[in-house]
Write a protein that binds this ligand. Structure first.
Ligand code: ADP
Ligand code: ZN
Ligand code: ZN
Length: 735
């Protein structure tokens, strides 16, 4: 063992998961061999009265603090860094770009178990392959046991041994073949074993062009935007590209906006590939997430499916990153470290030298602008795959029309006609609960949240009034709390109310409601999706959950009930979101053999957004919207950072933001405009007063130059101690 005296002079620079924008200096542990200090390793360190898990980011000889005052690292948790140099560089970059404390950025790269200091140990995997008997047996001989026959031919055609996880679907057949001696457990010599369960579909010429283009980019950095209308076969394109990446022995990371989409895609991938595939998202246990993370990090799994947080999973042999539904705003984290998984995925791919494939039927305006500037390659799937044709649109002008719980007679007639043909109807309303407000017919009292600038929503089945912003609840009042005598009424519509109306109007039909309230229980969403796909549902009703990538082959009618509120949004992103929503929800119609029809109920049938979208399509809408943004100098033609502040009093956030404005003047804002301070659109939430300040510059460099100098000044402000503040770089909404 080398002498520890040499280690004494070394200083460990550690990223500690606390909201402070700096690294912390520690001495190595007393008995430490300097060779054991690896940049990227987790270390257990004393911090105040606590012990925390940090990440060692540098080893230097100097410290601004007197070395006698420095504390020692308690324990080095990893002998080797779990993250590659490229990923460590990415995280450092992300911390600088988003101006977020390095310790909190580092923490997000690890699953909870590793953040808590648990060992990075992956349980031994079992691998299975054919015995000599299994190799010489004709699958035909097992025709009485079709599942065993299928597994035998799978193993014979693949010619490799496969990890148990990849054979999860074949559990029973596997046991039978083991008992018969056709299959034996083997030591794995290949960590990423792949077999095709099913051959690919014959790609159509558009799909083939997209597949070829991405395959030509394998092994180098490139960004492609797969702009394919709903049902155009984007998933098929992904799978054929993935097959190629897997054949090269590389790994694929697939990011999705929603947990609810993982089981469906997992299913489609498993039907195609017998490969060790892992999923990760917030509904899994810490242990499951640790295993998924480690099996990618150690190279045993070949595909990871996950939501935003999966982005930082280390890849032993990175091959490709796919981001499906790239326009979805859930790729932007909205609290804490407010990163855009899409933008960071692109930075990550650049660092790793691999391609990124972004897919969407309604690409974000940013991505479309990046295509126009030649930064992304456009891959176009303008038509639906197979036999499906594009759905037709129709506006239902509901001005002065009779409505039953928001449903016009014309719409009800269409629903009847659809159900009579044994097809499914899908009704979309982006508001859950029974009704968005309760009002007294006698005195005008309305159910306001005491802690937010918002109404309490009626949840009739639970007999509750609930705030959708802070979660506070109270029992549904029977008498008006103000006048005690007036009659209480439900004002407006939520999915719960529509469900009730539809069930009453169509008593012998099955109505399935999909929203956050009905799908909270684990497994309930899967159960509903199964019910829908088994044809056990006639009317599917729900919120934006329905807008996301689901494949409902029997749906031929789609109705969007209330689009008018979206037409007049105060946020400049509003029209982009609404157009995407309409196209995505509409895309659930007519995905199989029968043509689909989309009905939009509106009181503004002449609105230019609807006109462009319906007569010329999403691309034309996007071009127009981009032109408006250019003229207004809004992103993507300028760059923004939004500072949000909240506090218990109404004065403190304003005082803080005034101090920030003074600091900006002192530093010189350059080309950056300072807009505000103003009250947030929801000025009070969960009892806190909220204000904000928007910084906007025609040049990214200019904005970041200001932020680089401004942040240290803000941390030093005495006003900053009295408020909670955050900085959102490239904000996706201005709330
Ligand atoms: P998207 O992801 O673009 O919405 P999907 O990949 O879900 O579209 O494909 C829609 C449907 O078209 C699926 O049922 C799929 O199996 C089918 N499909 C895709 N590509 C082809 C093809 N080349 N030939 C026949 N059917 C296809
Ligand atoms: Zn009253
Ligand atoms: Zn509230």
């Amino acid at each position: 063992m080398p002498n520890c005296d040499t280690a004494r002079t070394l200083i460990c620079k550690v990223a500690v998961p606390v909201p402070l924008d700096r690294l912390f200096d520690y001495l190595p542990p007393a008995d430490c061999d300097p060779a054991d200090l690896q940049v990227g390793a987790r270390v257990l360190i004393p911090f105040g009265k606590r012990q925390l898990v940090g990440v060692l980011l540098a080893i230097e000889h100097n410290s601004a603090v007197d070395t006698d005052k420095l504390k020692q690292v308690i324990e080095i948790l990893d002998r080797q860094s779990l993250l590659s140099d490229a990923d460590l560089r990415l995280l450092r970059w992300a911390s600088l770009y988003y101006h977020h404390p390095p310790g909190e950025v580092m923490a997000i790269a690890f699953p909870a178990a590793l953040r808590q200091g648990r060992p990075a140990l992956l349980p031994q995997q079992r691998f299975f392959g054919l015995s000599p008997l299994g190799q010489s047996t004709l699958p035909e001989q097992l025709r009485r046991a079709p599942k065993q026959q299928a597994l035998l031919s799978l193993l014979q055609t693949s010619g490799v041994c496969l990890p148990g996880a990849a054979l999860a679907q074949h559990k029973i057949a596997l046991k039978a073949l083991l008992d018969k001696g056709f299959v034996i457990e083997q030591a794995a010599d290949q960590s990423v074993a792949v077999a095709m369960t099913k051959p690919s579909l014959a790609a159509n010429p558009d799909q083939q062009a997209a597949i070829d283009a991405v395959i030509a980019n394998l092994g180098k950095f490139a960004v492609s935007l797969l702009d394919g209308v709903t049902g155009s076969g984007k998933t098929e394109v992904y799978m054929q590209i993935i097959a190629k990446v897997l054949a090269q022995g590389k790994q694929v990371l697939v990011l999705l906006p929603e947990i609810s989409l993982t089981p469906q895609l997992e299913q489609r991938f498993l039907q195609r590939f017998a490969v060790n595939m892992v999923s990760t998202h917030s509904k899994l246990t810490d242990k499951q997430r640790l295993q998924a993370w480690l099996s990618m990090q150690q190279g045993q799994a070949a595909i990871m499916l996950g939501t935003r947080s999966a982005l930082f999973t280390p890849l032993q042999r990175p091959g490709l990153i796919i981001l499906d539904e790239e326009h979805d705003s859930s790729f932007k984290q909205q609290e804490g470290f407010r990163f855009s998984a899409r933008d960071v995925a692109i930075a990550r791919a650049k660092g790793l030298g691999i391609p990124v494939l972004l897919g969407s039927a309604t690409p974000s305006l940013e991505s479309i602008a990046n295509v126009a500037q030649g930064r992304y390659q456009l891959l176009d799937l303008p038509r639906r795959a197979g036999h499906a044709s594009a759905p037709s649109f129709q506006l239902l002008d509901i001005r002065n029309k009779r409505l039953q719980a928001g449903l016009s007679d014309a719409l009800l007639t269409e629903i009847h006609a659809t159900l009579a043909k044994n097809q499914q109807a899908l009704i979309f309303l982006n508001r859950r609960g029974y009704a968005p407000v309760q009002i007294c017919h006698g005195c005008g009292w309305v159910s306001r949240c005491l802690r937010c600038d918002a109404n309490l929503v009626i949840h009739a089945a639970e007999r509750l009034l609930r705030c959708h912003h802070c979660g506070s609840e109270q029992a549904l009042p029977k008498h008006c709390p103000a006048c005690k005598t007036g009659e209480l009424q439900a004002l407006g519509l939520g999915t719960e109310r529509i469900e009730q109306t539809l069930s009453a109007l169509f008593p012998d039909k099955a109505v399935v409601r999909l929203d956050r309230d009905t799908t909270q229980r684990k497994g309930s969403l899967e159960q509903y999706l199964e019910q829908i796909n088994d044809g056990q549902a006639d009317i599917i009703l729900g919120t934006q959950m329905l807008a996301k990538g689901h494949h409902f082959p029997a749906v031929t009618l789609v109705a969007i009930l209330d689009i008018d509120s979206g037409l007049f949004s105060i946020d400049y992103h509003g029209s982009e979101r609404l157009a995407q929503l309409i196209v995505q929800v509409a895309g659930r119609a007519g995905r199989a053999d029968h043509a689909g029809k989309v009905l939009l109920q509106t009181r503004h049938p002449q609105h230019p957004l609807l006109d462009t979208l319906l007569s010329k399509g999403y691309r034309a809408f996007a071009q127009g919207a981009l032109e408006e943004r250019r003229q207004a100098g809004l992103p993507p033609f300028s760059y923004q950072a939004l500072m949000r502040v909240q506090a218990n009093s109404i004065e403190e956030p304003q005082q803080f933001l005034h101090a920030v404005c003074q600091a900006i003047s002192a530093l010189g804002a350059g080309k950056t405009q300072v807009l505000g301070p103003v009250a947030a659109p929801m000025a009070r939430r969960a009892g806190l007063f909220r204000f904000q300040l928007l910084l906007q510059s025609p040049q990214r460099k200019d904005l970041h130059h200001l932020l680089d100098r401004l942040l240290p000044a803000i941390y030093a402000l005495k006003e900053s101690k009295k408020v909670r503040w955050s900085l959102d770089v490239d904000p996706l909404d201005l709330y």
